[in-house]
Design a protein around this ligand. Structure first.
Ligand SMILES: [Zn+2]
Length: 276
């Protein structure tokens, strides 16, 4: 058996080649991956988190159908090869794409995590960002019941008999559960890392707009900027980098605070934060 070499092309929605992901599966079960620029030289011309989803060039064709989100090109290709609407993250499971807005164009987003903890956390973070940042509420999760350890869409497709492949997409659609139900079922609630918040601790940002007072360890309060009040209900938690108002129930992260206080888009809020 020889090592198997595959080269995946990561393209944007216009079909322009952004990067090449070369994957070598050695016969000892180890895999090696390399990034190459469109000209074939090694490396990337942008941060990993700024790469488009794998399969983005097909989005205009299947934007009216539920899309399945996989981790990595191999799993995504297995579905795309069957004509199933799919997009894949290319960041690796430890982080998630900075911009997931492409997913909000679809009527339903079905997250298909790899069958391991880091894979589940990876998809969980994407679902959280879709809900928290974009208020996108049509996210579902497909949990493959009989998946092997680390099993993904590639393994699923290869476990299905040839004449049953046409049932893969409808089965995933019907077995997917609402994201909110999964959120409750997760044994350990992973900490969501909002990349754009990393630069901007919420206390420092909120301070530019209002007076806040420390009321406990890692906890601050002030008069809510989103509703009229005489006693402070607006609370900031340093450890999660989020705010919550007990008066009007407003809540969110640093980016959302800037969005709401300036009444600007997510993208503009991120740009505003990067100028700080
Ligand atoms: Zn409020």
């Amino acid at each position: 058996m020889f090592p198997k070499r595959r080269v995946y092309q990561v393209k944007n929605t216009k079909g322009e080649l952004i990067a090449l992901h070369e994957r070598i599966d050695a016969f000892n079960g180890k895999k090696r991956v390399f990034w190459k620029k469109p000209d074939g030289s090694y490396g990337l011309d942008r941060p990993l988190v700024d790469l488009p989803f794998f399969g983005s060039e097909h989005v205009s064709k299947f934007v009216h159908f539920p899309v399945i989100v996989c981790e990595g090109e191999k799993a995504t290709s297995a579905l795309l090869d069957l004509g199933i609407p799919a997009l894949g993250t290319v960041t690796g499971a430890a982080i998630q794409p900075r911009d997931v807005s492409i997913l909000t164009q679809f009527p339903v987003v079905i997250l298909f995590p790899d069958n391991d903890d880091i894979g589940k956390q990876h998809m969980y973070k994407i679902g959280r960002v879709l809900e928290d940042t974009y208020r996108y509420m049509n996210t579902k999760v497909f949990l493959w019941k009989h998946a092997p350890e680390h099993g993904d869409a590639y393994d699923l497709v290869h476990a299905v008999a040839m004449d049953k492949l046409k049932f893969v997409y409808p089965s995933i659609l019907s077995l997917a559960i609402p994201f909110s139900d999964w959120f409750v079922a997760l044994p350990v609630k992973p900490q969501v890392f909002y990349l754009d918040d990393g630069h901007a601790p919420i206390v420092d940002v909120v301070r530019r707009f209002m007076v806040i007072k420390k009321v406990g360890s890692g906890c601050w309060q002030g008069l809510c900027p989103f509703h009229d009040e005489d006693t402070p209900s607006f609370t900031i938690y340093e450890d999660t980098n989020r705010y919550f108002c007990f008066g009007c129930l407003a809540q969110g992260n640093t980016v959302q605070f800037v969005m709401h206080v300036h009444n600007i888009s997510y993208k503009d809020a991120v740009e505003w934060l990067h100028r700080l």
